[in-house]
Ligand binder design. Sequence first.
Ligand code: DAH
Length: 348
Amino acid sequence: MTELEQLILKTQEQALAEIQEIQDEQGFESAKAKFIGRKGALTALMSQMGSVPNQDKPAVGKMMNAAKQAIQKALDEQALKIKEQKEVQDALDLSLPGRKPKVGHKHPVSHVMDAAVAIFRRMGFIVADGPDIDTVWNNFDALNAPLDHPSRSPEDNFYFNLERGDDYLDRNTLLLRSQTSDVQIRTMMAQKPPVRIICPGRCYRRDTPDATHGMSFHQIEGLYVDKDVSLADLKGVLATFAREMFGDKTKIRFRPHHFPFTEPSVEADASCFICGGEGCRICKGSGWLEIGGAGIVNPAVFENVGYDPEEVSGFAFGLGIERLAMIRYSINDLRLLYDNDIRFLHQF
Ligand code: DAH
């Protein structure tokens, strides 16, 4: 290789290295001038062509051109790179304040359910669970519901496979449970007394949705089985619950009622925490708010699950969670809870 050829290669190498470092417009101008401009290094080498022997001229000329093209290409590529970097930088405005992610919160029904569970757990109840789909036996028979009990009606329940011939009175037929009371049965079938459980969960009924009914809703069931359990124990537990849920001054009253699985049965009311019992819009003037059903476990239920009614006694209760949420948050239409309107749910 001639000395001139070596110089060409060296200039090209140096140019490519320097071009990589260019950051701005000025850098391009000076690099261009330094290497391929009129007074540039490569141009200066070109002027030495005269002294190259004739037979070598084509090869050296070719090398000169190749070097010029390589330098020009490097300049173009670097220019493109700088342009792209600048675009990214322009798109990223570091002075903009950050965007806060929208954090959600628990649904009001979950809030009330969690609060209720926490209160009963402090009283020593443990949480039991059962599936939403259960047998007619767990949901009705074992709970002592007579075959002609109106609560079994297919018009009020979601039975499975009736159209394929299943009989809604058959103990093995499946349904979406209509009450969490089925978990009483599941628990007693699985363990010996004493029992002290609550069961928070979802139930289903074929109600036409209106301000106080939905096709699905939540209950918290309670069951306490031991020796010598009385209505006074039940009242104490529900009174404690009501005080913790609605405030210190809350009182409880029982009204006689009927459920197949309890005897005697009651409906439990809490004194209205808004008006303190005077009568207001929330309690519809009565001073009392209904919170659920309860009673002393019917001995027939104990027999169905293999417990000895001579040995043990117990109480049970079932509270409607949506109802508690509506009372607690003064909501007058249950459907609002399930419309999924963020503007509404955000308030609680
Ligand atoms: N299961 C009843 C209902 O859905 C509520 C209920 C009443 C549950 C009395 C109980 C109870 O455990 O003792 O209407």
